[in-house]
Design a protein around this ligand. Structure first.
Ligand code: HGY
Ligand code: MN
Ligand code: MN
Length: 412
């Protein structure tokens, strides 16, 4: 197997060890000790590949290859390196590895870019620790303000800044980045669905990313004794939540056109087998290719909240994230399709049902995204797997794309 694929497998394998749940998938929460171990590895590789390393005030990692043009905007290539709980080894890290290996190819071929090349490893894309998600890119583009960042706390009440200090990060560093310093952002990601594998096509050129919103809903009732409280005298927060959640799939199916809705998190308080639940907190994740469908489902969710707030039950909903559907930059899409053809790598156009940092950066710069096949279409689970040869395909396409976008030339 060629050395590039071996290096890719080595990177993925090494990063997959930095997990809080060994043997049960990747659990790498932002600013955890597993974050620190993965960060050390990424920084070590950036330095090995000749990049100048820096971190910003949220802990995003940048590996920079200086360009010959003074004060020129950079071409960024990368993805995130946090994970969902018990997730896979490729969601995020595959894109960071792709960036690292493009930098390695620049070094191997002694290329000097006119526009700087920056490899980027982003934090808290999944939102598994602080909620919402896309935190690293939203902080860089100003979509997440300094105050909002500081006010974020995890489920144990630990703030972002406290957690950063614990792993030696400096939250006083700048967070928002001047959009004029970015020329383009390229992200490679696993498809996380079945399309490319079923079509047996190694590369998906992403045309658009669905819009998405996330809510945290809190249902408050009255705790009580499971044995002595008559059924007609209860304000049961879990029964109310369950009745609401059972109706969510119908809202998305009614909306149609690929609209989806998911409750991934549900916490019960005080969570005693013989205690009527006083409070439940659950998440609602709504996505669609068209914004009108998202807005319709939000309206129906609010109507359901209204209807369910009876018999001593109080319900509040906090919107943690709202992103409109985003189209990728058509010039970069066309360039990557042309390069794929020149490299004789089959490709197809594809849309993303998953959210990505690329959708945030598309507000401020030209963005391009490539997908590679996911085995059995699985992701966000330990079974997640992609072939190193597919990652190598994407690296070759990004390498040629980055050469053009940075106007690199060989200095031999
Ligand atoms: O939820 C998503 O679409 C992504 O995995 N953060
Ligand atoms: Mn993910
Ligand atoms: Mn991801």
């Amino acid at each position: 197997m060629e050395t590039l694929q071996l290096r890719i497998e080595e990177h993925i394998n090494k990063l997959s060890h930095f997990t809080a749940t060994p043997g049960k998938g990747t659990t790498r929460l932002t600013y955890s000790k597993e974050d620190r171990l993965a960060r050390n590895y990424i920084i070590e590789k950036m330095k090995e590949y000749g990049l100048a390393v820096s971190e910003d005030g949220m802990g995003n990692i940048f590996g920079r290859l200086e360009g010959t043009l003074k004060d020129a905007p950079s071409v960024l290539i990368g993805s995130h390196f946090d994970s969902v709980p018990n997730g896979g080894s490729y969601d995020g890290p595959a894109g960071v590895v792709a960036g690292l290996e493009v930098a390695a190819l620049f070094a191997e071929n002694q290329l000097t870019p006119k526009y700087p090349l920056e490899i980027i490893a982003l934090i808290e894309e999944e939102g598994a620790r602080f909620g919402g998600g896309l935190m690293g890119s939203r902080g860089m583009t100003g979509l997440l303000s300094e105050d909002d960042f500081k006010n974020l706390k995890d489920q144990n009440g630990i703030s972002t800044e406290e957690a950063m200090v614990k792993i030696g990060l400096d939250s006083s560093l700048p967070k928002k980045r001047d959009p004029k310093t970015i020329k383009a952002f390229l992200e490679m990601h696993i498809e996380q669905g079945p399309i490319l594998e079923e079509k047996d096509i190694p590369i998906g050129v992403v045309e658009a990313i669905v819009g998405l919103t996330q809510f945290e809903v809190t249902v408050e009732g009255q705790a009580g004794h499971a044995g002595t409280t008559p059924m007609d005298r209860r304000s049961d927060a879990l029964v109310t939540a369950a009745k609401m959640i059972a109706q969510f799939p119908g809202l998305a199916i009614e909306e149609g056109e690929g609209t989806v809705i998911t409750t991934g998190q549900l916490n019960v308080f005080p969570n005693g087998a013989n205690v009527i639940p006083k409070k439940t907190v659950f998440t609602v994740d709504i996505r669609s290719g068209k914004e009108e469908h998202i807005e319709n489902v939000i309206r129906k969710l609010n109507e359901l909240i209204e209807l369910s707030s009876t018999n001593g039950i109080k319900i509040t909903a906090e919107q943690q994230l709202y992103m409109q559907p985003k189209a990728m930059n058509q010039e970069i899409v066309a360039l990557m399709k042309q390069i794929s053809s020149e490299l004789e790598t089959p490709y197809c156009s594809i849309n993303s049902g998953a959210g990505h940092d690329a959708m945030v950066f598309s507000d401020v710069t030209a963005v391009g995204m490539l997908f590679i096949p996911s085995k059995d279409g699985l992701s966000h689970c330990p079974e997640e797997w992609s072939d190193a040869k597919h990652i190598a395909n994407a690296i070759q396409i990004f390498y040629e794309t980055a050469k053009k976008l940075t106007e690199a030339s060989s200095n031999d």
